[in-house]
Design a protein around this ligand. Structure first.
Ligand code: ZN
Length: 62
């Protein structure tokens, strides 16, 4: 089994880990209500997707 020849320095480990950060999810404002919404997801605020209502909110039933 291959074994590392030298101990990895804190600096080397940190330089490697610097690339592992999660990218920010791309949130764009909802065209209907303007709330920030993830792309290709139903808007959590108004429940619309692609210009039509797909979720019925409890407050919108009446
Ligand atoms: Zn919305």
């Amino acid at each position: 089994m291959a074994v590392p020849k030298r101990k990895k320095s804190k600096s080397r480990i940190r330089m490697r880990k610097a690339h592992l950060k999660q990218p920010m999810p791309s949130a764009t404002p909802c065209p209907k209500c303007g709330e920030p919404r993830l792309a290709h997801r139903v808007c959590p605020a108004c429940g619309s997707y692609n210009g039509r209502q797909v979720l019925i909110k409890a407050s919108d039933e009446d």
